[in-house]
Ligand binder design. Structure first.
Ligand SMILES: NC(=O)c1ccc[n+]([C@@H]2O[C@H](COP(=O)([O-])OP(=O)(O)OC[C@H]3O[C@@H](n4cnc5c(N)ncnc54)[C@H](OP(=O)(O)O)[C@@H]3O)[C@@H](O)[C@H]2O)c1
Length: 236
């Protein structure tokens, strides 16, 4: 039996990833910063698939005590943990670079950069006990320095300081974890432009398409590289 935990699984990509992994017969810990919202999602998923083993764990990735308590909840439940998916993320204010403020950085980096580090640190002891552990960071192609500096790429024209650089930082953190944790398969994935609250539902992909790279990272015997999307490798 494989067990996964997904942060930010009350909505959007996290919820769909939870649905898809539970459908495979996995035990899925649905990370929710609002436990009631988590319980509603778990109830909906188990209503649609009565065999689904979906459990709710309260976790706010910006809060040390919450993350430590979440790790204890999973540990005490005895499910173990094979796959940790750091999915929770926020966009923050998207404003011209000159208007970005330090509080904008503190808010977005708190969730998108420090969150995955905090959660990974807390759950590493559990992952270390898995014979086939995976650590997945939900990043973004807008964090690719290659795309951002390629005038031919659509992201060249997407000029903003905070969110893109938070995902660039997450990519470097992923790259370093990948080298530092040889017993764990570590990768970052770019979901692609997906219809969720995050994109005001302007994304062109469905959440199922948007979770293809996450599900591949979680399940596939072979993955294209350390940073990839549903079509293949994404350049750093
Ligand atoms: N959608 C896209 O096109 C796209 C593209 C590239 C990358 N991504 C990345 O994909 C990930 C998921 O995005 P999404 O589109 O599914 O976004 P979403 O629909 O806005 O959902 C975000 C999730 O993160 C949770 N969250 C926010 N702050 C949190 C915190 N402090 N602690 C725990 N959970 C928190 C939210 O919980 P609440 O319900 O409690 O607010 C929600 O469950 C993000 O990392 C995003 O950067 C998305």
């Amino acid at each position: 039996m494989t067990t996964a935990l997904i942060t930010g699984a009350t909505r959007g990509l996290g919820r769909e990833a939870a649905r898809r992994l539970a459908q495979l017969g996995w035990t899925v810990w649905l990370g929710a910063r609002d436990a009631d919202a988590g319980a509603r999602v778990a109830a909906a998923l188990t209503h649609d698939d009565q065999d689904a083993d979906v459990r709710v764990v309260r976790i706010d990735v910006t809060d040390d005590a919450s993350v430590i308590a979440a790790a204890k909840t999973v540990e005490d439940a005895g499910t173990g943990l094979d796959v940790l998916i750091n999915n929770a993320g926020i966009g923050g204010r998207f404003v011209p670079p000159g208007e970005s403020t330090v509080p904008d950085f503190v808010q977005v980096y708190g969730v998108n950069v420090l969150g995955p580090v905090r959660v990974t640190s807390a759950f590493l002891p559990l992952l270390d006990r898995s014979p086939a552990a995976r650590l997945i960071m939900v990043s973004s192609g807008v964090g690719s320095l290659t795309h951002a500096n390629d005038p031919a790429h659509p992201y060249f024209g997407l000029v903003g300081l905070v969110y893109p650089s938070s995902k660039t930082a997450l990519n470097m953190i992923t790259s370093q974890y990948a080298k530092a944790l040889p017993g764990i398969r570590v990768c970052a994935v770019d979901p692609g432009w997906t219809s969720t609250d995050f994109t005001d539902h302007l994304g062109t992909q469905t959440v199922t398409e948007g979770t293809d790279a996450i599900v591949r990272a979680a399940t596939a015997d072979s993955i294209p590289g350390v940073f990839f999307d549903r079509d293949g490798v994404v350049p750093w």
